[in-house]
Design a protein around this ligand. Structure first.
Ligand SMILES: [Zn+2]
Length: 367
Protein backbone atom coordinates (compact mmCIF):
# COMPACT_ATOMS: atom_id res chain seq x y z
CA UNK A 1 0.00 0.00 0.00
CA UNK A 2 1.32 3.38 -0.95
CA UNK A 3 1.97 6.07 1.61
CA UNK A 4 -0.46 9.00 1.18
CA UNK A 5 1.25 12.31 2.11
CA UNK A 6 -2.04 14.16 2.65
CA UNK A 7 -3.03 11.67 5.32
CA UNK A 8 0.11 12.45 7.29
CA UNK A 9 -0.72 16.13 7.23
CA UNK A 10 -4.27 15.34 8.37
CA UNK A 11 -3.10 13.19 11.28
CA UNK A 12 -0.52 15.76 12.34
CA UNK A 13 -3.03 18.62 12.19
CA UNK A 14 -5.59 16.56 14.06
CA UNK A 15 -3.10 16.25 16.94
CA UNK A 16 -2.30 19.94 16.74
CA UNK A 17 1.40 19.31 16.21
CA UNK A 18 3.84 21.37 14.17
CA UNK A 19 6.20 19.54 11.83
CA UNK A 20 8.97 20.44 14.28
CA UNK A 21 7.18 18.95 17.27
CA UNK A 22 6.34 15.81 15.32
CA UNK A 23 9.93 15.51 14.11
CA UNK A 24 11.18 15.74 17.68
CA UNK A 25 8.66 13.20 18.88
CA UNK A 26 9.74 10.57 16.39
CA UNK A 27 13.37 11.69 16.29
CA UNK A 28 13.65 12.73 12.68
CA UNK A 29 14.53 16.08 11.18
CA UNK A 30 11.43 18.31 10.85
CA UNK A 31 12.41 18.88 7.24
CA UNK A 32 11.99 15.17 6.65
CA UNK A 33 8.42 15.44 7.95
CA UNK A 34 7.76 18.22 5.46
CA UNK A 35 9.28 16.18 2.65
CA UNK A 36 6.99 13.26 3.53
CA UNK A 37 3.97 15.59 3.57
CA UNK A 38 4.94 17.01 0.21
CA UNK A 39 5.35 13.55 -1.23
CA UNK A 40 9.03 14.11 -2.01
CA UNK A 41 10.03 11.00 -0.12
CA UNK A 42 8.34 8.16 1.74
CA UNK A 43 8.89 7.20 5.37
CA UNK A 44 10.37 3.79 6.13
CA UNK A 45 8.18 1.21 7.77
CA UNK A 46 9.76 1.93 11.16
CA UNK A 47 8.98 5.62 10.67
CA UNK A 48 5.36 4.78 9.87
CA UNK A 49 5.15 2.73 13.05
CA UNK A 50 6.51 5.67 15.04
CA UNK A 51 4.15 8.12 13.35
CA UNK A 52 1.26 5.82 14.05
CA UNK A 53 2.21 5.59 17.71
CA UNK A 54 2.74 9.32 18.25
CA UNK A 55 -0.28 10.45 16.21
CA UNK A 56 -2.61 7.82 17.65
CA UNK A 57 -3.79 6.40 14.33
CA UNK A 58 -3.41 2.91 12.89
CA UNK A 59 -0.80 2.53 10.15
CA UNK A 60 -3.61 2.05 7.62
CA UNK A 61 -4.55 5.71 8.18
CA UNK A 62 -1.54 6.70 6.08
CA UNK A 63 -2.42 4.55 3.08
CA UNK A 64 -6.12 5.46 2.93
CA UNK A 65 -7.43 7.61 0.07
CA UNK A 66 -7.29 11.40 0.33
CA UNK A 67 -9.55 12.75 3.03
CA UNK A 68 -12.14 15.34 2.16
CA UNK A 69 -10.80 18.45 3.84
CA UNK A 70 -13.26 20.74 5.55
CA UNK A 71 -13.00 24.07 3.75
CA UNK A 72 -11.85 26.63 6.31
CA UNK A 73 -13.53 29.47 4.42
CA UNK A 74 -16.86 27.66 4.70
CA UNK A 75 -16.58 27.26 8.45
CA UNK A 76 -17.69 29.75 11.03
CA UNK A 77 -15.59 29.74 14.15
CA UNK A 78 -16.82 31.89 16.97
CA UNK A 79 -13.42 32.97 18.15
CA UNK A 80 -11.46 32.69 14.93
CA UNK A 81 -9.41 35.78 15.70
CA UNK A 82 -8.34 34.34 19.05
CA UNK A 83 -7.47 30.94 17.64
CA UNK A 84 -4.07 29.89 16.51
CA UNK A 85 -3.78 28.40 13.05
CA UNK A 86 -2.88 25.12 14.72
CA UNK A 87 -6.07 25.05 16.81
CA UNK A 88 -8.11 25.88 13.74
CA UNK A 89 -6.42 23.16 11.69
CA UNK A 90 -6.92 20.66 14.48
CA UNK A 91 -10.63 21.45 14.60
CA UNK A 92 -11.08 21.17 10.84
CA UNK A 93 -8.99 17.99 10.74
CA UNK A 94 -11.40 16.56 13.32
CA UNK A 95 -14.18 17.61 10.96
CA UNK A 96 -12.49 15.71 8.12
CA UNK A 97 -12.61 12.54 10.21
CA UNK A 98 -16.29 13.18 11.01
CA UNK A 99 -16.88 13.60 7.26
CA UNK A 100 -15.18 10.28 6.58
CA UNK A 101 -17.49 8.65 9.07
CA UNK A 102 -20.52 10.42 7.59
CA UNK A 103 -19.63 9.10 4.12
CA UNK A 104 -19.22 5.63 5.51
CA UNK A 105 -22.66 5.80 7.13
CA UNK A 106 -24.23 7.29 3.98
CA UNK A 107 -23.11 4.27 2.01
CA UNK A 108 -25.13 2.05 4.35
CA UNK A 109 -28.09 4.02 5.62
CA UNK A 110 -30.54 6.41 4.14
CA UNK A 111 -30.75 9.47 6.39
CA UNK A 112 -33.29 12.30 6.22
CA UNK A 113 -32.80 14.71 3.33
CA UNK A 114 -31.48 18.16 4.22
CA UNK A 115 -34.25 20.65 4.96
CA UNK A 116 -32.51 23.72 6.30
CA UNK A 117 -33.79 26.86 4.60
CA UNK A 118 -31.30 29.46 3.40
CA UNK A 119 -32.44 32.89 4.48
CA UNK A 120 -29.50 35.12 3.74
CA UNK A 121 -30.06 38.76 4.63
CA UNK A 122 -33.03 38.03 6.90
CA UNK A 123 -33.33 39.62 10.30
CA UNK A 124 -32.24 36.82 12.71
CA UNK A 125 -35.48 36.99 14.73
CA UNK A 126 -37.54 36.66 11.57
CA UNK A 127 -35.34 33.85 10.23
CA UNK A 128 -35.76 31.93 13.48
CA UNK A 129 -39.53 32.29 13.24
CA UNK A 130 -39.49 31.07 9.63
CA UNK A 131 -37.47 27.97 10.51
CA UNK A 132 -39.70 27.24 13.51
CA UNK A 133 -42.77 27.48 11.34
CA UNK A 134 -41.33 25.36 8.54
CA UNK A 135 -40.35 22.68 11.01
CA UNK A 136 -43.72 22.79 12.75
CA UNK A 137 -42.33 23.78 16.13
CA UNK A 138 -45.04 26.29 17.01
CA UNK A 139 -44.28 28.49 19.99
CA UNK A 140 -43.46 25.75 22.47
CA UNK A 141 -40.01 25.14 23.96
CA UNK A 142 -37.82 23.26 21.51
CA UNK A 143 -37.55 19.57 22.40
CA UNK A 144 -34.28 17.75 21.82
CA UNK A 145 -32.62 20.12 19.38
CA UNK A 146 -30.03 17.65 18.12
CA UNK A 147 -32.81 15.21 17.23
CA UNK A 148 -34.73 17.98 15.49
CA UNK A 149 -31.67 19.01 13.49
CA UNK A 150 -31.06 15.41 12.48
CA UNK A 151 -34.67 14.97 11.43
CA UNK A 152 -34.08 17.85 9.01
CA UNK A 153 -31.00 16.34 7.51
CA UNK A 154 -28.30 18.05 9.57
CA UNK A 155 -25.42 15.74 10.38
CA UNK A 156 -24.36 16.28 13.97
CA UNK A 157 -21.06 15.09 15.40
CA UNK A 158 -19.14 15.91 18.52
CA UNK A 159 -15.96 17.86 18.50
CA UNK A 160 -13.16 15.86 19.99
CA UNK A 161 -12.65 17.04 23.55
CA UNK A 162 -9.00 17.79 22.85
CA UNK A 163 -10.07 20.78 20.77
CA UNK A 164 -11.48 22.61 23.77
CA UNK A 165 -10.78 26.09 22.40
CA UNK A 166 -13.54 25.68 19.82
CA UNK A 167 -17.19 25.88 20.94
CA UNK A 168 -18.76 24.48 17.84
CA UNK A 169 -18.72 24.97 14.12
CA UNK A 170 -20.79 24.25 11.07
CA UNK A 171 -20.44 24.00 7.32
CA UNK A 172 -22.22 22.67 4.28
CA UNK A 173 -20.64 20.30 1.86
CA UNK A 174 -22.45 19.05 -1.26
CA UNK A 175 -25.54 20.72 0.14
CA UNK A 176 -25.44 18.68 3.33
CA UNK A 177 -25.27 20.73 6.53
CA UNK A 178 -22.92 19.63 9.30
CA UNK A 179 -22.78 20.80 12.90
CA UNK A 180 -19.87 19.85 15.12
CA UNK A 181 -20.44 20.42 18.84
CA UNK A 182 -18.11 20.66 21.78
CA UNK A 183 -19.20 18.28 24.51
CA UNK A 184 -17.36 19.92 27.37
CA UNK A 185 -20.20 22.25 28.31
CA UNK A 186 -23.50 22.09 30.13
CA UNK A 187 -26.51 20.69 28.30
CA UNK A 188 -28.00 24.19 28.09
CA UNK A 189 -24.92 25.59 26.43
CA UNK A 190 -24.68 22.69 24.02
CA UNK A 191 -28.26 23.43 22.94
CA UNK A 192 -27.49 27.09 22.51
CA UNK A 193 -24.38 26.25 20.48
CA UNK A 194 -26.46 23.97 18.25
CA UNK A 195 -29.02 26.75 17.72
CA UNK A 196 -26.19 29.22 17.05
CA UNK A 197 -24.74 26.95 14.36
CA UNK A 198 -28.19 26.48 12.88
CA UNK A 199 -28.28 30.28 12.67
CA UNK A 200 -25.07 30.27 10.62
CA UNK A 201 -26.39 27.55 8.31
CA UNK A 202 -29.60 29.51 7.73
CA UNK A 203 -28.24 33.06 7.57
CA UNK A 204 -24.70 32.64 6.28
CA UNK A 205 -25.07 30.13 3.57
CA UNK A 206 -22.89 31.50 0.81
CA UNK A 207 -19.62 29.87 -0.20
CA UNK A 208 -17.68 32.37 1.87
CA UNK A 209 -19.05 32.38 5.37
CA UNK A 210 -18.72 35.82 6.97
CA UNK A 211 -16.37 35.58 9.92
CA UNK A 212 -16.83 38.93 11.61
CA UNK A 213 -18.34 40.03 14.85
CA UNK A 214 -21.54 40.93 13.07
CA UNK A 215 -22.09 37.39 11.79
CA UNK A 216 -21.47 36.05 15.28
CA UNK A 217 -24.01 38.45 16.76
CA UNK A 218 -26.54 37.43 14.14
CA UNK A 219 -26.05 33.77 14.98
CA UNK A 220 -26.41 34.52 18.72
CA UNK A 221 -29.55 36.50 18.04
CA UNK A 222 -30.94 33.67 15.92
CA UNK A 223 -30.21 31.13 18.67
CA UNK A 224 -31.95 33.23 21.32
CA UNK A 225 -34.97 33.81 19.11
CA UNK A 226 -35.13 30.17 18.03
CA UNK A 227 -34.98 28.79 21.57
CA UNK A 228 -37.02 31.58 23.19
CA UNK A 229 -39.51 32.85 20.60
CA UNK A 230 -40.57 36.44 21.05
CA UNK A 231 -44.33 36.09 21.35
CA UNK A 232 -44.20 33.09 23.67
CA UNK A 233 -41.72 34.78 25.99
CA UNK A 234 -43.72 38.01 25.92
CA UNK A 235 -46.80 36.03 26.92
CA UNK A 236 -45.12 34.24 29.80
CA UNK A 237 -45.54 36.84 32.55
CA UNK A 238 -41.88 37.50 33.04
CA UNK A 239 -42.20 41.26 33.20
CA UNK A 240 -39.72 42.45 35.83
CA UNK A 241 -39.01 38.82 36.68
CA UNK A 242 -37.03 38.13 39.82
CA UNK A 243 -34.29 35.52 40.13
CA UNK A 244 -36.69 32.78 41.23
CA UNK A 245 -38.92 33.35 38.23
CA UNK A 246 -35.93 33.37 35.90
CA UNK A 247 -34.68 30.09 37.35
CA UNK A 248 -38.10 28.49 36.90
CA UNK A 249 -38.51 29.81 33.37
CA UNK A 250 -35.06 28.69 32.27
CA UNK A 251 -36.07 25.10 33.06
CA UNK A 252 -39.11 25.56 30.85
CA UNK A 253 -37.10 26.82 27.85
CA UNK A 254 -34.12 24.57 28.60
CA UNK A 255 -31.65 27.42 28.27
CA UNK A 256 -28.97 28.85 30.54
CA UNK A 257 -30.26 31.31 33.15
CA UNK A 258 -27.97 33.97 31.69
CA UNK A 259 -29.27 33.40 28.17
CA UNK A 260 -32.85 33.82 29.34
CA UNK A 261 -31.94 36.98 31.25
CA UNK A 262 -30.40 38.47 28.10
CA UNK A 263 -33.48 37.57 26.13
CA UNK A 264 -35.79 39.18 28.70
CA UNK A 265 -33.79 42.38 28.52
CA UNK A 266 -33.80 42.28 24.73
CA UNK A 267 -37.59 42.02 24.75
CA UNK A 268 -37.78 44.91 27.23
CA UNK A 269 -39.19 42.69 29.95
CA UNK A 270 -36.45 43.84 32.31
CA UNK A 271 -35.38 47.39 32.97
CA UNK A 272 -31.72 48.11 32.48
CA UNK A 273 -31.29 48.15 36.22
CA UNK A 274 -33.25 44.92 36.62
CA UNK A 275 -31.10 43.28 33.96
CA UNK A 276 -27.83 44.34 35.56
CA UNK A 277 -29.01 43.31 39.00
CA UNK A 278 -30.09 39.87 37.73
CA UNK A 279 -26.73 39.39 35.96
CA UNK A 280 -24.75 40.29 39.06
CA UNK A 281 -26.80 38.01 41.28
CA UNK A 282 -26.77 35.09 38.87
CA UNK A 283 -23.06 35.54 38.47
CA UNK A 284 -22.57 35.43 42.25
CA UNK A 285 -24.64 32.25 42.33
CA UNK A 286 -22.37 30.63 39.74
CA UNK A 287 -24.60 30.89 36.65
CA UNK A 288 -21.97 32.47 34.49
CA UNK A 289 -20.03 29.21 34.32
CA UNK A 290 -22.73 26.61 34.81
CA UNK A 291 -26.24 25.87 36.00
CA UNK A 292 -25.84 25.26 39.75
CA UNK A 293 -29.54 24.55 40.24
CA UNK A 294 -29.19 21.54 37.96
CA UNK A 295 -28.25 21.38 34.30
CA UNK A 296 -30.29 19.42 31.78
CA UNK A 297 -28.96 16.13 30.49
CA UNK A 298 -26.85 17.03 27.44
CA UNK A 299 -28.46 16.09 24.15
CA UNK A 300 -26.74 13.65 21.83
CA UNK A 301 -27.24 12.22 18.39
CA UNK A 302 -30.18 9.94 17.74
CA UNK A 303 -29.04 9.06 14.24
CA UNK A 304 -25.65 7.83 15.42
CA UNK A 305 -27.20 5.84 18.25
CA UNK A 306 -29.56 4.15 15.79
CA UNK A 307 -26.79 3.48 13.29
CA UNK A 308 -24.59 1.85 15.91
CA UNK A 309 -27.48 -0.20 17.23
CA UNK A 310 -28.45 -1.42 13.79
CA UNK A 311 -24.86 -2.27 12.92
CA UNK A 312 -24.40 -4.02 16.22
CA UNK A 313 -27.41 -6.22 15.44
CA UNK A 314 -25.68 -7.25 12.24
CA UNK A 315 -22.53 -8.11 14.10
CA UNK A 316 -20.62 -4.96 13.21
CA UNK A 317 -19.09 -3.40 16.30
CA UNK A 318 -17.49 -0.02 16.86
CA UNK A 319 -14.02 -1.47 16.39
CA UNK A 320 -15.00 -2.62 12.91
CA UNK A 321 -16.35 0.82 12.07
CA UNK A 322 -13.24 2.52 13.42
CA UNK A 323 -11.09 0.16 11.40
CA UNK A 324 -13.02 0.92 8.23
CA UNK A 325 -12.33 4.63 8.54
CA UNK A 326 -8.76 3.97 9.70
CA UNK A 327 -8.96 5.42 13.19
CA UNK A 328 -8.78 3.95 16.66
CA UNK A 329 -11.97 3.17 18.53
CA UNK A 330 -11.06 5.89 21.01
CA UNK A 331 -10.81 8.41 18.21
CA UNK A 332 -14.18 7.27 16.84
CA UNK A 333 -15.81 7.76 20.25
CA UNK A 334 -14.65 11.35 20.38
CA UNK A 335 -16.63 12.19 17.25
CA UNK A 336 -19.85 10.41 18.19
CA UNK A 337 -20.65 11.80 21.64
CA UNK A 338 -19.09 8.68 23.17
CA UNK A 339 -22.12 6.72 21.95
CA UNK A 340 -20.21 3.54 21.18
CA UNK A 341 -19.55 1.31 24.16
CA UNK A 342 -16.06 1.49 25.60
CA UNK A 343 -13.66 -0.97 24.05
CA UNK A 344 -13.46 -4.13 26.15
CA UNK A 345 -10.79 -6.78 26.13
CA UNK A 346 -11.03 -8.84 23.01
CA UNK A 347 -12.90 -6.04 21.24
CA UNK A 348 -9.88 -4.18 20.01
CA UNK A 349 -7.00 -4.51 17.66
CA UNK A 350 -6.28 -7.21 15.15
CA UNK A 351 -8.17 -7.87 11.98
CA UNK A 352 -11.89 -8.47 11.79
CA UNK A 353 -12.85 -11.44 13.88
CA UNK A 354 -14.59 -14.38 12.18
CA UNK A 355 -17.98 -13.29 13.49
CA UNK A 356 -17.66 -9.77 12.04
CA UNK A 357 -18.99 -9.92 8.53
CA UNK A 358 -17.31 -7.87 5.85
CA UNK A 359 -18.76 -4.42 6.23
CA UNK A 360 -19.96 -4.18 2.68
CA UNK A 361 -22.52 -6.84 3.49
CA UNK A 362 -24.13 -4.46 5.89
CA UNK A 363 -25.75 -1.98 3.63
CA UNK A 364 -28.46 -1.96 1.14
CA UNK A 365 -31.08 0.56 2.19
CA UNK A 366 -29.81 3.37 0.07
CA UNK A 367 -32.17 4.32 -2.72
ZN1 LIG B 1 -20.57 31.44 15.25
Amino acid sequence: MEFNPSRLRLARQRRGLSATALGQAIEVNPRTISRWEEGLSDPLQTNVAALSEVLGVPASFFTAPDAEFVPVEAVSFRALSKMTARQRDSATAAGAIALDLARWIDARFRLPDPDVPTLEGYDPDRAAAVVRERWGLGQAPVGNLIHILEAHGVRVFSLASDVASVDAYSFRTDGVPFVILNTEKTGERRRFDAAHELGHLVLHCGDEVPHGKEAEQEAQQFAAAFLMPRSAVLASRLHNAGIDQILRAKQHWKVAAMALTHRLAELNLLTEWGYRDACVRLSQMGYRRGEPSGAIVPETSQVLAKVFKSLRQRGVGPTDIAESIHVSHNELRRHVFGLTPMAVDGDKGGGPSPQSPKLKLVGGRRS
